[in-house]
Design a binder for this molecule. Structure first.
Ligand code: PGA
Length: 883
């Protein structure tokens, strides 16, 4: 405990120190006037937060009267402070886990290998435990979803600041070194102050892919072997056996450059280029490793096998083998460069199979072991071998994602061209019959002179391109908005018609309430077909979408529907003897299904995490979870322990009574949610007036548009990200709670309070859900939403806001009644403190946003637009998530 308090004071000190350095930078670089304004605003915001109404009014007045040229600098000051607080907190997490590791008497950190594995090992045979860990298959999929508002250059500065804070902790520094570190911190903060935090142009999908690859280079390349080392250590300790060299329980996938759903900028050429870029990057990173090994492995002793390979007279046998490998890696890089420039370089001598890379390394490894130099083998060489197991030759195989309607349109063009009529107009049964029949036919269907319109041609070109980039570069073909068996078969047929030698696995994405509820029926039709069973070879992956379902039916209903869909899919797969992998498409924020990894995985229904899991990691979450090596390590560990625990100790299925209660809650919540969001005509007008949705849609943070249908402003056409993002900015955070209050209130009125409390105490699923809602009600600030309303919303719509705020207050009360907490977050003091530290810095940004929106809606102006972008970034940093 004492340790803990000490370390919390270290965090406070870091934040204070960074704040002071920022203050000094403001004074030096922006002038005394700016510094004094910022200080005044900061003090007023703090006092206002403490309940002083006069200070609140003065704060509002000061900010609304701010001269135009001061608006952006003031906003930047608050925004930069919030970013510094975030980085200090991230660093603090690393510091805490190091402290834990250093303290022999401390309990191991919750969710660490050291805490989980011995607990589970107590009632498992060592072989079983070894098998459970080594057969795990966790795939973390990085998407290009536009929720990271920070530019990379700023993130790099923040990471360097974290590195400096780390230095300061680690070494008994001399006074000169302390002064130098402080100066280096100041340098970074000053450089950040003079850098533009807003991107000038929208990133291309290639830029997005490069950012994803940079995460591999900057953190995962080191974190993965470190993680595998500690897993190996744990296994040896508790099972007596090591982690096999080719075992990587966690691997990575990517949607960057492959996800074309609603993003016309992702074309088949882009996907091809990104696939080649990944191979280049892989070759480059391995080449760097091998170069290091060439310099260190100067040993002369080797076993006979290696000697035979290099010849009797070779002076330094390991170097001979490694140099050959290095030459092939360099050749691979040259090949990729030439391909990216449009050439057709020969493939001779490039690495095409992962074994081309692994085998020479293994030969060195075993030789060193045999000649008694195992300690050398277990160093950097082992790390590289383990990297090969995790990253292969492509680092992160890319999924393709396309909307189901685009495949329907492609097949429609084909059936019309061959005189069969219009596929789009056929009913589902006719489509299925025809698809199965065509899938079993050997003759080609597409006529040679087929010249479809551009969008159809793009679908076909994409599938053709899969053949060119090869099966190792591609993960799955995801069909978004899948609703029926033909949506999956359609892609199978298109792959057949395009002549793919290794057709990609087709994965349906079920993402509305209705399609999730029918998901098992949909899949059952397919599982009953001999053709389909043969095609999938006993393994099926199914993706379930959290954010679209939450947008469609509300948070409570979506969460329950997702739970049941998983149960039904698990039961179906068991009946049909198919191995199921569930792919969870969740966003970072709670309104898009986000939440702490560990609790979320342990809350899944029994049997759904059976050693295998795919999950998306998006936008700002990538920096939050994998931006710093220490944090990446912790997250890899958390994934491992939670998947292991959910696999070997799945939760009990909930009793029938709890299910009935949930069912009723869900019905009530959906009605309340939809009646407001979808059926109340003035609701969308309110949304558009009271939030910066239009400004968010114009942000240059991602390559794809904010809406599927550019001219419509309906909740269905708007993508989930900007929908949640806009409500987060104005702090009402409606998507995460709307509907929950009505449902709980009704149940409480019916006398179910005790049962709800028992469900909260004993059912991890319900506990995780309510914890998340409680977190949101703690972060939300309905009073802030009122400020937007008064300044921006026509009077006749104010009643919408009054009602929403009233419903928010009732939701808060109902949630607290069930959780039994006097105030939100009493179980999460760390989060509570983080919210409190940030509030006085976010409040002024909200007030500035209101003011800027008011001005910019009266007249368009570039400086107002820029100010708004800065403010949006700052609030996102303060809320620590965006959409
Ligand atoms: P999507 O994702 O719009 O790409 O389906 C939504 C989300 O991640 O929230």
């Amino acid at each position: 405990m004492e340790e803990h308090q000490d370390s919390d004071s270290a965090l406070r000190e870091d934040i204070r120190d960074l704040g002071e350095l920022l203050g000094a930078t403001l004074r030096e670089q922006g002038g005394t006037e700016l510094f004094e304004t910022v200080e005044r605003v900061r003090v007023l915001a703090k006092t206002a937060r403490a309940g002083d109404d006069q200070a609140a009014q003065e704060l509002e007045r000061t900010l609304s009267e701010l001269p135009p040229e001061q608006v952006t600098p003031v906003a930047r000051a608050f925004s930069q402070f919030l970013n510094l607080a975030n980085i200090a907190e991230q660093h603090h997490r690393v510091r805490r886990s190091r402290e834990w590791a250093r303290t022999p008497e401390a309990q191991p950190l919750f969710g660490s290998l050291a805490e989980t594995v011995p607990r589970l090992a107590a009632d498992m045979e060592p072989e079983q435990l070894h098998e459970a860990i080594c057969s795990m298959d966790i795939n973390l999929v990085f998407t290009a979803h536009p929720t990271e508002v920070q530019r990379r250059t700023m993130l790099q500065k923040y990471n360097r600041i974290a590195g400096l804070l780390d230095n300061r902790d680690r070494f008994g520094q001399t006074p000169t070194e302390v002064a130098e570190t402080r100066l280096a911190l100041k340098r970074e903060i000053t450089a950040a102050w003079h850098s533009d935090e807003i991107r000038r142009r929208r990133p291309t999908p290639q830029d997005e892919a490069r950012w994803g690859l940079a995460v591999v280079e900057q953190t995962l390349w080191d974190a993965v072997p470190r993680y595998l080392r500690s897993l190996d250590h744990t296994l040896r300790e508790h099972t007596g056996r090591p982690l096999p060299l080719d075992c990587a329980p966690i691997t990575f996938g990517s949607w960057m450059g492959g996800d074309r759903d609603g993003n016309p900028n992702v074309t088949h050429r882009v996907t091809r280029d990104v696939a080649i870029l990944s191979r280049w990057m892989a070759a480059y990173l391995y080449e760097r490793d091998i170069q290091r090994l060439v310099s260190t492995l100067s040993l002369q002793v080797c076993d006979d096998e290696l000697r035979d390979e290099v010849g009797g007279e070779a002076w330094e046998p390991y170097r001979v083998v490694l140099k050959r490998l290095r030459a092939r890696l360099r050749q691979t890089m040259r090949w990729a460069e030439a391909k990216l420039q449009g050439g057709r370089p020969p493939e001779s001598d490039i690495l095409t199979e992962v074994e081309d890379l692994r085998q020479p390394l293994l030969r060195c490894y075993y030789s060193l072991q045999r000649v008694g130099a195992g300690v050398v083998a277990e160093g950097e060489l082992l790390d590289t071998i383990r990297r090969v197991s995790c990253f292969g030759l492509t680092l992160m195989p890319m999924d393709i994602r396309q909307h189901a309607d685009r495949h329907t349109a492609a097949l429609d063009a084909i059936t019309q061209a061959v005189g069969l009529g219009s596929y789009s107009e056929w009913d589902e049964e006719t489509r299925q019959q025809w698809l199965f029949q065509e899938l079993s036919h050997r003759r080609p269907l597409i006529p040679l002179d087929f010249k479809p319109e551009r969008e159809v041609q793009e679908v076909l070109d994409t599938i053709h391109m899969l053949e060119e980039i090869g099966p190792d570069a591609v993960g799955a073909y995801i069909v978004s908005h899948a609703s029926k068996p033909s949506d999956i078969l359609a892609v199978e047929l298109l792959q057949k018609e395009c002549g793919l030698t290794h057709p990609t696995r087709v994965v349906p994405l079920f993402e509305t309430r209705d399609t999730l509820a029918r998901a098992a029926d949909t899949m059952e039709v397919l599982f009953k077909s001999d053709w389909y069973r043969q095609r999938i070879g006993g393994r099926q992956e199914i993706m379930i979408g959290y954010s679209d379902s939450t947008k469609d039916a509300g948070h409570l209903t979506a969460t329950w529907t997702l739970y049941q869909a998983q149960e039904q899919l698990v039961a179906l797969s068991r009946r049909q003897r198919v191995d199921l992998t569930l792919f969870h498409g969740r966003g970072g924020s709670i309104g898009r299904g986000g939440g702490p990894t560990h609790a979320a995985i342990l809350a899944q229904p029994p049997g759904s995490v059976d050693g295998t899991l795919r999950v998306t990691e998006q936008g700002e979450v990538m920096q939050a979870k994998f931006g710093l090596p220490g944090i990446a390590l912790r997250n890899l560990e958390l994934y491992t322990t939670s998947v292991l625990e959910a696999t070997v100790r799945p939760p009990e299925p909930p009793p029938k009574r709890w299910r009935e209660i949930l069912e009723r809650l869900s019905d009530r919540a959906m009605t309340a949610y939809r009646q407001t969001v979808k059926e109340r005509p003035e609701f969308m007008d309110y949304f558009q007036a009271a939030t910066p949705i239009d400004e968010i849609s114009r942000l240059t943070i991602g390559s794809r548009p904010a809406k599927r249908a550019p001219d419509q402003m309906t909740v269905d056409s708007l993508r989930a990200i900007p929908w949640v993002f806009a409500w987060t900015q104005t702090r009402l955070m409606l998507p995460a709670w709307l509907g929950v209050g009505e449902a709980l209130e009704e149940a409480i009125e019916e006398g179910l309070t005790e049962e709800l409390q028992e469900m909260f105490a004993r059912w991890p699923f319900f506990e995780a859900f309510l914890d998340m809602v409680e977190m949101v009600v703690a972060k939300a600030e309905p009073g802030v939403n009122r400020l937007y309303e008064h300044a921006l919303v026509p009077d006749e719509l104010h009643s919408v806001g009054d009602e929403l705020r009233d419903r928010f207050a009732r939701t808060r009360d109902a949630v607290l009644t069930v959780t039994g907490h006097e105030e939100p977050l009493s179980d999460f003091p760390v989060v509570k403190r983080a919210v409190e530290v940030r509030n006085p810095y976010v409040d002024p940004l909200n007030l500035l946003q209101v003011e800027l929106l008011r001005r910019s809606r009266m007249c368009e102006d570039d400086s107002l637009r820029r100010g708004l972008q800065v403010v949006i970034n700052g609030i996102a940093a303060g809320m620590r998530n965006t959409g």
